[in-house]
Design a protein around this ligand. Structure first.
Ligand code: ZN
Ligand code: ZN
Length: 336
């Protein structure tokens, strides 16, 4: 089968002779139809997340069931499925306290085991969500949406709150829509690209602000006391350091965008103490795929404008380069 294989750091090869995966009794073989390219793929490609080589990346997967294991019930070849990539042990300390995203044997399809940049993918049957109402391309957005739903839970967006979203890429656009769905009274979105801000407006942003030299003054005018929740969806450490000031006293800062493991920011502990701030992290998915699936199937979150390019797997290296340089206008997907 055809697959993009990461053979070493920054060395990805698209091969046509990869052996199709063998499935176990509780597995499903999924024929990939759409798989999103994510900032995390760039980190994996650059060796940040200590991948074990060779690895087929791709964790934002939707496709068609090609075969099912002997013990699988409720799924048949031909079913259209979206895939929760998370594989946890359900036995360790963290699984037992319902923090499965910190499972001591945490695995994820396309991160620690072979994923969706391949024609055929082995996934546990319980990770498959059968769908009908949306396209494969939309369905592949369910994974990042499940991460966003977890982030929203972590940030505890309350009805009537004022939210600031930094970064209007696909993740920022999802946080914008999810914050509104959670009852935020106003969501302000910041970016350096006008067209992304236009899209944010279409998705219901109450204010959009171009990040230039006057950013601070503009945000102070919109929210003189700051925002109840500030969400970083840029993954740029400097942005984080510069934007804690926009959190209202007693408010929360959600660190959602993925910075590099070596990045550092300067934050004043006195400020955190004096202003009752909460700085909150949010890693991957914690039992939130099912809710994201419903938001997706019911159309409560609209992802149709978030896809900027669908490319064949041969072009994955170009897609990763675009992601790294920040030149991808919106989400890129590999399609089969
Ligand atoms: Zn991702
Ligand atoms: Zn575990």
């Amino acid at each position: 089968m055809k697959a993009a294989v990461l053979e070493a750091v920054k060395k990805i090869a698209v091969r046509h002779d990869v052996a199709p995966p063998q499935i176990g009794p509780r597995d499903v073989l999924v024929r990939a139809k759409a798989c999103g390219i994510c900032g995390t793929d760039v980190h994996i490609w650059e060796g940040d997340f200590f991948p074990t080589f060779p690895l087929i990346p791709g964790h934002e997967l939707a496709g068609e069931v090609a075969a099912v294991g002997d013990e699988v019930e409720g799924l048949r070849p031909g079913d259209r499925v979206m895939v929760d990539p998370t594989v946890t042990c359900e036995e360790c300390h963290f699984c037992m306290i319902n923090r499965q995203n910190h499972c001591l044997k945490w695995n994820a399809v396309g991160v620690t085991r072979d994923g969706g940049f391949a024609e055929l993918v082995r996934v546990p049957a319980k990770n498959c969500y059968r769908f009908e109402r949306v396209s494969f391309s939309e369905a592949a957005f369910c994974e990042p949406l499940a991460c966003v739903v977890f982030g929203q839970d972590r940030a505890r967006i309350e009805i009537g709150s004022e939210v600031l979203v930094l970064g209007a890429g696909p993740i920022g656009q999802l946080h914008l829509q999810a914050s509104l769905a959670n009852g935020a009274a106003a969501v302000t979105v910041v970016d350096v690209v006008e067209s992304k801000l236009d899209l944010a407006r279409q998705h219901g942003a109450t204010e959009v602000v171009l990040a230039d030299n006057a950013l601070q003054a503009k945000l102070k005018k919109i929210a003189p006391y700051g925002f109840d929740v500030v969400i970083d969806a840029t993954g740029i450490a400097r942005v984080l350091g510069d934007s804690v000031q926009y959190v209202k006293n007693g408010g929360r800062y959600l660190v959602f965008g993925v910075c590099g493991p070596q990045d550092k920011v300067e934050i004043s502990p006195f400020e955190i103490y004096r202003r009752d701030l909460e700085i909150i992290g949010s890693f991957a998915i914690r039992r939130t795929y099912d809710r994201a699936f419903k938001l997706m199937e019911r159309g409560a979150i609209d992802v149709r404008k978030l896809l900027s390019e669908a490319m064949p797997v041969e072009e994955l290296p170009r897609g990763l380069e675009m992601m790294k340089r920040g030149t991808a206008p919106m989400k890129l997907q590999v399609v089969f």
